[in-house]
Design a protein around this ligand. Structure first.
Ligand code: HEC
Length: 139
């Protein structure tokens, strides 16, 4: 917080209570309420990425099951030379943008018919965004 206090919050003692799901509430002596979210979107993305981590690494090498997703946004599709892509994937020539990644994760086989990544669909748009944020910030 850079030593500055949020507008409208008075210094003094706060009591910690449980809030609604995923929140902690701090009640101030003067009736101020500060709600803290336990998981920010990065943490959420990291947790959701566990769905992907069974196959994908985010390191410098790929591993045998799937290409590494390190610096995936802005990278051309299917260009890693330490992974053997499907024929469908090898035909792709454009780069991964957030929008394309969003479409792909919603339904990989509709975005790239015949892809080897055909068992995963992330239907919730917020979950897709959290995963994309996580991948974008992996630098
Ligand atoms: C069951 C294993 C598996 C899981 C789980 C999986 N993937 Fe994949 N993924 C693959 C495979 C295999 C490929 C290569 C596809 C091909 O060659 O057709 C791939 C390709 C990709 C690519 C393209 C990479 C490139 O180099 O162009 C992205 C992006 C991707 N996956 C993201 C994800 C994300 C995000 C998740 C989690 C929500 C996920 N994948 C879950 C197996 C998986």
């Amino acid at each position: 917080m850079n030593g500055r206090r949020p507008r409208g919050i008075h210094p003094g003692k706060f009591h910690v209570t449980g809030g609604p799901q995923d929140q902690i509430w701090l009640w101030g002596e003067r009736g101020d309420l500060v709600a803290l979210s336990i998981a920010d979107s990065q943490d959420r993305g990291a947790i959701l990425f566990q769905t992907c981590a069974g196959c994908h690494s985010t390191g410098v090498t790929s591993g045998g099951l799937a290409p590494s997703l390190f610096r995936i946004i802005g990278r051309k599709m299917a260009v890693r030379n330490d992974f053997v892509y499907s024929d469908s994937f090898r035909k792709l020539t454009v780069e991964w943008t957030e929008e394309r990644l969003d479409k792909f994760l919603q339904n990989p086989n509709a975005f790239v018919p015949g892809t080897a990544m055909n068992t995963i669909t992330i239907t919730d748009p917020e979950e897709r965004q959290a995963i994309i944020d996580y991948l974008r910030d992996l630098w």
